[in-house]
Design a protein around this ligand. Structure first.
Ligand SMILES: Cc1cc2nc3c(=O)[nH]c(=O)nc-3n(C[C@H](O)[C@H](O)[C@H](O)COP(=O)(O)OP(=O)(O)OC[C@H]3O[C@@H](n4cnc5c(N)ncnc54)[C@H](O)[C@@H]3O)c2cc1C
Ligand code: FES
Ligand code: FES
Length: 465
């Protein structure tokens, strides 16, 4: 039985774990405030919050319920728009939307209000309310009024008591009183292991876009119930990140932020708030998209994958060897990815990630690329580059990196290395652009790494001359 709390109600249901959370909410529970738009995670109309208890602390995140399996709600608190209503008045997010005339047809509004409430419940001081609604689309109001509502919420939250957050948000009318009791109620849930069949799903953002109907008939294997595969660990100069870690888990890691000073900027280019809260590293690698952002990121870090067999045995392989051909990879039926590890970059190692897509946010890449270059006295001692969208797999550029080792960083060597890069890629023309366009982007992004990392050693005009 799947056991969780939906708003203020405890649920125990024999439904299949593969049913979408959206269908359970709307059809089984008849809560129609959560809307259906795209059913592909793209519009945010179906946004709900997931509250999870870790080390006795509850934290909430927004997700798109249309591509989330019901089984992933097991042991958690799910909050729909109905669950944040106050008995006699609008809550603070609803009030801000109303004050700023930020709703017209209203179809998108519940999703926005839920995302804004998730923002109020969140901890990230660097995040704006606008960031929190990056996965919500409104077709008729125009975003300015929604943005203004966001500013009003941000201003109210300046007074937030972080040590007593839930009580403060209740007092200020962001959430109803029952939230206070949720941590204790979660502890009382019986979170037994659920029966499962064969299809492995982490958080579903890839699989449910394509197979939601089929998966709804199944008790899927819930990979993300393995909480131990979420850890980010530093030991003996190696960083290991569990395959179930999400993009948001990476974004929130203080150690990773220290290691990559532009981490937040890079990760903001990946999907939207809701999808970053769901999309796992394992899902990104195994979905094997040639433009998978996380695959491109970790390829350039010279990473190693750890793979575990059902019988408990483990093997490791260089991540560069994992993807073999279009959607073909080195993983057997009885195996799962458990973690990805990489040597912690030294202070002489410089890393950059670039992505070009048709729009900056909530879009997949036309071409993406990452590079990591280690220098000693201006001579390259180690270099790793990856580029997506230019081959059948996320492409690790073996020859380009090797070419640069032992050379100085200057306009001439970078131009020569770019010629090597072109010999390693085989882009095809498709909806994302012609082959020639993708070759051009690969070149520009390769140059961008050097312009970004070594502005005093290279000149844009000389590179493109
Ligand atoms: C609206 C939207 C926007 C998106 N934008 C981006 C984007 O900008 N950039 C990008 O790169 N991707 C994007 N994606 C794709 C997707 O979010 C990512 O690939 C995500 O990381 C997939 O993770 P998941 O846990 O949701 O995968 P799932 O759908 O759960 O799984 C995907 C595949 O991986 C397998 N799998 C998962 N974990 C493991 C494991 N530990 N071991 C073995 N197999 C495993 C599953 O069996 C399945 O075959 C987007 C998706 C959506 C819906
Ligand atoms: S219905 Fe569009 S994101 Fe779920
Ligand atoms: S108010 Fe109509 S879609 Fe947003």
């Amino acid at each position: 039985m799947i056991h969780f709390i939906l708003n203020n109600k405890t649920i125990k249901t024999p439904e299949k774990s593969g049913v979408t959370l959206l269908d359970f909410i709307r059809e089984n529970q008849q809560l129609k405030g959560t809307k259906i738009g795209c059913r592909e995670g793209d519009c945010g109309a179906c946004t709900v919050l997931v509250g999870e208890l870790n080390n006795n602390k509850i934290s909430y995140q927004s997700i798109t319920s249309c591509i989330s399996p019901l089984g992933n709600a097991h042991g958690k608190h799910i909050v729909t728009i109905e669950g944040i209503n106050l008995p006699k008045k609008l809550n603070s997010a609803q009030e801000a939307m109303s004050n700023n005339y930020a709703t017209q047809c209203g179809f998108c509004t519940p999703g926005f209000v839920v995302s804004m409430t998730g923002f109020a419940l969140g901890n990230d001081k660097n995040k704006t309310c606008n960031d929190a609604v990056s996965g919500n689309i409104c077709r008729c109001t125009g975003y300015k009024s929604i943005e203004k509502a966001g500013f009003e919420i941000e201003e109210k939250l300046l007074q937030k008591d972080e040590n007593n957050k839930i009580a403060w948000l209740i007092q200020e009318g962001f959430i109803p009183n029952y939230f206070e009791e949720i941590p204790n109620r979660i502890k009382d849930l019986k979170v037994e292991k659920l029966n499962s069949e064969e299809t492995k799903v982490a958080n579903g953002t890839d699989l449910y876009v394509r197979y939601a109907d089929d998966l709804s008939e199944e008790n899927i294997e819930l990979l993300s119930s393995k909480k131990e595969l979420k850890n980010i660990v530093f030991s003996n100069g190696i960083c290991s990140i569990g395959a179930n870690a999400t993009v948001t888990n990476m974004d929130e890691s203080l150690q990773l932020q220290t290691l990559f000073s532009k981490l937040k900027q890079f990760l903001k280019l990946v999907s939207s708030e809701q999808i970053r809260n769901m999309g796992t590293l394992g899902g990104n690698f195994v979905n094997a998209s040639p433009i998978g952002d996380m695959s491109i990121f970790f390829l350039a870090l010279n990473s190693t994958l750890t793979i575990q067999h059902k019988n408990g045995s483990e093997r490791t392989i260089p991540f560069q060897e994992f993807h073999q051909d279009y959607k073909k990879y080195d993983l057997q039926e009885d195996e799962i990815l458990t973690s990805i590890s990489f040597p912690v970059p030294s202070k002489n190692t410089f890393f950059n990630f670039e992505k070009v897509s048709k729009r900056t946010h909530l879009d997949i890449a036309s071409v993406n690329s990452a590079g990591s270059i280690t220098l000693k006295n201006n001579t390259v001692t180690d270099a790793h580059f990856s580029v997506g969208g230019v081959a059948a797999i996320p492409k690790y550029l073996f020859k380009t990196g090797q070419f640069l080792v032992g050379k100085e960083i200057n306009n001439k060597t970078i131009k020569e290395a770019e010629t090597v890069l072109q010999s390693e890629i085989t882009p095809i023309s498709d909806v994302r652009g012609t082959s020639a366009y993708k070759r051009l982007l690969a070149k520009q992004l390769f140059f961008a790494h050097f312009i970004e990392l070594f502005p005093s050693k290279v000149e844009l005009q000389k590179l493109i001359a």
